[in-house]
Design a protein around this ligand. Sequence first.
Ligand SMILES: Nc1ncnc2c1ncn2[C@@H]1O[C@H](COP(=O)(O)OP(=O)(O)OP(=O)(O)O)[C@@H](O)[C@H]1O
Ligand SMILES: [Mg+2]
Length: 275
Amino acid sequence: MAIIELVGVHYTYEDGTTALRGVDLKVERKEKLALIGPNGSGKTTLLLHFNGILKPTHGRVLLEGREIKYSRRELKELRRTVGVVFQDPDTQLFAATVYQDVSFGPLNLDLPEDEVRKRVEEALRLTGALPFQDRSPQYLSYGQKKRVAIAGILAMEPQVVVCDEPTAWLDRDGCQQVMELLDRAAAAGVTVVISTHDVDLAYAWADRVVVMKDGTVIAQGDPVEIFMQDDLLRQAGLHRPWVLDMWLTLRKKGLVDRSATVPRTGEELKACLES
Ligand SMILES: Nc1ncnc2c1ncn2[C@@H]1O[C@H](COP(=O)(O)OP(=O)(O)OP(=O)(O)O)[C@@H](O)[C@H]1O
Ligand SMILES: [Mg+2]
């Protein structure tokens, strides 16, 4: 059974802007899911439904098959299960120190003090945020803030981690470190959902890609299948990932084995040429 399911979700903001127009989507347990689509297509709005920050104007959100009715108790359970890391860490961080910020979520779960301390220290260690645990989040660099925001979510040990644009504004090393963090969570059995504009990242990283446009899901499936479709990419205003583009060019020229597995990373592409 899907861990989260959205059925016919519509969402209209207070000013009358309709951001979602009937989204049906299942998030399967332990998958790595990437949401892609142009600016304003509704990715953030969709992700904010995953832990009840937004409530559908029409439609339903199901957690492990049970429809959320948005009572306090259900919302608390939903937020214990699904953690959302916002695109902009400044909207997430507010405490006086990094340590206090990361403690906030676990403290709210009414866990014993020892358990809170253990989880916070583990999350700070995993995200590399230990060296600045006593500093104010306000004066950290963007990349450091991002790690603290992720630490705050990991410390709650949710079953699903949702990251809105995890790599936006990060430098190359920063991107790599954040994605390694999410991969480590995925390897430990956490379901990870990201939104991204980076087609190369979505192609290399995801088990499944969901393409959004104008508030609807226009395609979903295996990354290779999705990025092979010229019409779909054109319609969604997306580029083909460079690895796949290069591989298709080489294949046309007969320089790679047609029957081989399609490469997803630069390393895999190189290996195709060497074999
Ligand atoms: N708080 C808000 N009030 C009114 N309209 C909003 C609000 N937030 C988003 N919208 C509108 O909802 C639509 C979807 O926006 P959303 O932020 O979900 O898209 P997105 O796919 O995440 O875009 P981006 O790639 O730029 O992050 C857009 O038309 C946007 O202008
Ligand atoms: Mg967004």
